[in-house]
Ligand binder design. Structure first.
Ligand SMILES: NC(=O)c1ccc[n+]([C@@H]2O[C@H](COP(=O)([O-])OP(=O)(O)OC[C@H]3O[C@@H](n4cnc5c(N)ncnc54)[C@H](O)[C@@H]3O)[C@@H](O)[C@H]2O)c1
Length: 388
């Protein structure tokens, strides 16, 4: 089994995969399209982070690829539809940095409410300026969480431990943890919160969801925190609300346009404003999160290649089947369940099932896998072999 890991994936991942006896090549850089087309040809599994783009023309060169694992949260860098058509499973590591983001949000709440950014800036300029008038304890204040998923609910638990009251707004039903209370509407949450923190994905419904009217609906003197996605908050109205002192501060970690590489020259209308914490999309970046991503993503890769487990896959139906003890599992993608039941109509599938130890599992809902150019009998028909 040949595995290629790109973009300096945590060494814990190579250790797990090498322990299986697999050949693992780990590169620190991402590959440009032409290099990736060459490198992908003979490998069985590819691990990437956010910079490597896996397009359908790259996938066309892959002769033996069975899965791609994103050692990060996002998966926009992969043409997932093209992977599904080719029977290639895609995985990612969605929860590995939940705790890191949540801890930063708690820190930001305290820093903003105590005006620490301004005190720190003064001190670095040699100005000793004590104040109490604009500093508050967080205890007893109300935290409004928009998006009560993995991060939102984790922030909720940590915030209650500090004595904050928590209300949340989410479009889906979610279990209210501890004493947290669900707000009936976004407007209710905005009007009731001393601090509003956003933990929603980047979707049509969330893009620009916090603009001028929403900021005006927030309490005077409240704070806004965004560690979710850059396009969720409109920055010009935020600047306006801060300059008019309607909002007393903000912490922004994600931006509508983020540079691809580190370096000077970054522009943002919030630069230089008092009591504003600006960070370069690092809420989830900790050593612990990187290690956790390495462990959890490589484990998904290992379980898929060894046992055919698809739990957590972004494009395969979720299956957690018992190990096969040296036998191989055949996943038979089928758009029409009647086809899947009728092997006689699938000469390739019969051929594949005749191979020693093959076990067929129907995967209704997964598009048919087109014929491959290469000669591996396992991959020559509308079937995907996994587990070895
Ligand atoms: N800054 C960073 O470094 C960093 C790190 C990790 C995650 N993130 C981002 O944080 C966000 C949250 O991550 P998560 O793991 O908690 O995601 P999640 O999918 O577990 O939770 C998102 C929640 O938002 C809710 N939601 C979706 N649309 C909504 C809407 N219009 N109104 C209200 N609620 C809505 C969903 O129902 C869900 O409960 C994501 O955008 C993710 O990309 C940022």
């Amino acid at each position: 089994m040949k595995v290629l890991l790109l973009e300096k994936i945590h060494p814990a991942a190579s250790r797990i995969l090498r322990a299986e006896g697999w050949s693992v090549v780990s590169e620190s850089k991402s590959f440009a399209q032409d290099d990736l087309k060459k490198a992908i040809r003979k490998i069985n599994a590819l691990g990437i982070r956010s910079k490597t783009e896996v397009t359908s023309s790259v996938l066309d060169q892959a002769e033996a690829l069975e899965c791609i694992t994103c050692f990060c949260i996002g998966s926009d860098q992969i043409d997932i539809g093209a992977c599904t058509e080719r029977g290639i499973a895609v995985f990612h590591a969605p929860y590995s940095n939940t705790r890191s983001v949540s801890e930063l949000v708690i820190g930001q709440i305290v820093m903003l409410m105590r005006g620490i950014m301004d005190a720190n800036a003064n001190m670095h300029q040699g100005i000793w300026r004590k104040f109490a008038a604009h500093a508050n304890e967080v205890r007893g204040k109300t935290l409004g969480i928009i998006g009560y998923g993995h991060i939102g609910s984790q922030v909720s638990i940590l915030a209650e431990a500090l004595g904050l009251e928590v209300i949340f707004y989410d479009i889906r039903e979610a279990l209210a943890l501890g004493n947290a209370r669900r707000a009936r509407s976004l407007k209710e949450l905005l009007g009731a919160s001393d601090i509003v923190t956003l933990h929603v994905p980047d979707t049509e419904s969330t893009r620009g969801m916090i603009g001028g009217p929403e900021m005006r609906a927030m309490k005077k003197g409240s704070f806004l925190i965004n560690t979710s996605r850059g396009k969720v908050v409109k920055l010009e109205p935020l600047k306006d609300a801060l300059l008019k002192k309607h909002l007393r501060g903000a912490a922004i970690d994600v931006f509508p346009h983020e540079p691809g590489a580190n370096g000077p020259g970054w522009e943002c209308s919030l630069r230089g404003l008092p009591n504003v914490i600006l960070t370069p999309h690092i809420a989830g970046n900790t050593k612990e999160a990187q290690r956790e991503i390495g462990l959890s993503a490589s484990e998904k890769m290992r379980k898929f290649l060894r046992k055919g487990t698809t739990t957590g896959s972004l494009n395969f139906p979720q299956l957690e089947l018992p190990p096969l003890d040296g036998r191989r599992r055949l996943y038979q993608p089928a758009t029409d369940p009647r086809d899947a039941a009728d092997y006689a109509r699938w000469p390739d599938a019969i051929h594949l099932l005749a191979l020693p130890g093959a076990v067929a599992v129907r995967l209704p809902g997964l598009g048919a896998v087109p014929r491959r150019r290469h000669s591996d009998p396992w991959r020559s028909g509308r079937a995907v072999r996994v587990g070895r």
